[in-house]
Write a protein that binds this ligand. Structure first.
Ligand code: AHR
Length: 500
């Protein structure tokens, strides 16, 4: 039985913003130290930033980078990371049981972000931090001059304000693991006061409220309702977080893309419920600001060392398949998921791994992210109907083929992503309706003879995409035989009126 996919130019989901392809750097393990910042590395620049890592991040075309955490955030006081380095205190990071010497702080991050050409997404401490502290961080970053905090920034070397737009009001405040975690109402009340004070300093901020840390939380989705009911008028986004692992059957793992979709539908409904309750015209969107595959759990904490090897998952071919399905789900929900952050970017559950004093390599997950972020931005995600074989999973029935299809009108190109989760080949037909003549111009496939294959420092290119012969098309029906357990990107050109 074959898979048939139907798509029509006129059936649009929404425009894909670059912000869908954000990522995340936390003071966790070797994400900062030995990841993006390693002053003694041969490829470090004069500020200590690894240029080889910056090049890979540019290749990934990352938009926003969330910083400084994560669980680290709720015990972090940014003041410790400002000013002359020799005067900065060394602290215990209680979240990851690590020694933090604060040699990298807000100013270093901002300098790095400029070099890496990414947009900062700053987070304020809603655990042990206060509304006043948050407002003063906005003053430090965004106020031009003439006040204690803005003049302090100037003294620290940044004459111009940073004008940071995106700000997260805390991190996973529903989690019992969070330092000074709160109940939904206590968090919402604190975040409301904080949001108001931050906006008094700079009214142009885009704020993100903490949503549920996962659909497995006992407080889900009540947490989201309460937070939205309190914060609806002040925030632009509610966050979602979700990680997956191959910890039950392979089918369950492969169906992760379906679970992510179900989770989004619930939060979308909750947003719509609160919108109606408030008789509001405003549309709060979703910032899916932590998503990925995550195996190594926190049993391995830092044992009070600096930059320990924490959560350095090494991803396989099967992980890349799941990862690509998650990207499809994000793309297929851009009407409500406007922003997302892959957690994380370097070393810690990341597409890039570095060796101290050594190389930086691409994990299997690097490729689906790179393809999506380089071939869909400003395009229109189109609705797809998928019919064909399905498999059972703990999340219900899922199609063997996951897809997303994007109309890049400016380039007159269609980008097609397909992931085949079947252990056998899958005959697939894609009927592309309402376009003029379509011609495939590029086709690449990521596959491997063993789904457990991974890239590592000894063999960094074991799993990488291969360019393939263009698939056949007739009457705008594309016919492809998808290899077993494989990921595909096809780009087609079309004729047509640019002004349509
Ligand atoms: O990304 C790793 C951790 O996962 C983050 O610190 C936390 O927000 C989440 O639980």
């Amino acid at each position: 039985m074959k898979t048939k996919i139907f798509v029509d130019k006129n059936l649009k989901i929404g425009t894909i913003k670059h912000e869908l392809y954000g990522s995340f750097i936390e003071h966790l393990g070797r994400a900062v130290y030995e990841g993006i910042y390693e002053p003694n590395h041969p490829k470090a620049d004069s500020s200590g930033f690894r240029k080889d890592v910056i090049e890979l991040i540019k290749e990934l075309n990352v938009s926003t980078v969330r910083y400084p955490g994560g669980n680290f955030l709720s015990g972090y006081h940014y003041i410790d990371g400002l000013g002359p380095k020799n005067l900065r205190p060394t602290r215990l990071d209680l979240a990851w049981q690590t020694i933090e010497d604060n040699s990298f702080g807000t100013d270093e991050f901002m300098k790095w972000a400029k070099k890496a050409k990414v947009e900062p997404m700053m987070a304020v401490n809603m655990g042990t931090g206060s509304p006043l502290e948050a407002a003063r961080l906005v003053e430090y970053c965004n106020f031009p001059s003439g006040t204690k905090m803005s003049d302090y920034r100037i003294k620290n070397g940044s004459k111009d304000p940073y004008n940071i737009k995106y700000w997260c009001l805390g991190n996973e405040m529903d989690g019992p693991w969070q330092i000074s975690g709160l109940s939904a109402q206590a968090y919402a009340t604190k975040a409301l006061q904080t949001a108001k004070m931050m906006k008094m300093v700079d009214e142009n901020l885009s704020l993100i409220a903490c949503g549920s840390s996962s659909p497995e939380m006992d407080t889900y989705p009540e947490w989201d309702r309460i937070v939205l009911e309190t914060l609806y008028d002040e925030v632009d986004y509610i966050s979602m977080h979700r990680y997956y692992a191959h910890d039950s059957t392979l089918e369950d793992f492969y169906a992760s893309y379906k679970d992510m979709d179900d989770f989004i539908q619930t939060i979308k409904s909750t947003i719509n419920y609160v919108k109606a309750l408030k008789r509001s015209d405003k549309e709060v969107k979703i910032s899916f600001d932590e998503w990925n595959i995550w195996y190594i759990k926190e049993s391995k904490l830092g044992k009070w060392t600096k930059a320990p090897h924490l959560i350095e998952d090494n991803y396989s071919m099967k992980d890349a398949l799941v990862f690509s399905g998650l990207i499809n789900t994000l793309i297929n929900n851009v009407d409500v998921v406007e922003m997302a952050s892959l957690a994380q970017l370097v070393n810690v559950i990341a597409p890039i791994l570095t060796m101290k004093n050594g190389e930086a390599i691409k994990q299997t997950t690097f490729y689906p992210f790179k393809n999506a972020s380089n071939n869909t931005v400003n395009g229109t995600a189109l609705k797809t109907i998928v019919t064909g074989p399905t498999f059972e999973s703990k999340y219900g029935k899922a199609n063997y083929v996951s897809t997303s299809i994007i109309d890049n009108k400016e380039k007159q190109e269609i980008t097609i992503f397909l992931t085949n989760y079947k252990k056998e080949k899958m005959d697939t037909e894609i009927e592309i309706r309402s376009f003029d003549k379509i011609n495939p111009i590029y086709y690449e496939v990521l596959s491997s003879n063993n789904r457990e294959n991974k890239n590592n420092f000894q063999n960094p290119e074991l799993v990488k995409p291969i360019k393939k012969e263009l698939p056949k098309i007739s009457n705008n029906i594309l016919k492809i035989e998808l290899e077993p357990e494989s990921y595909h990107m096809i780009i087609c050109k079309y004729d047509g009126d640019l002004n349509e």
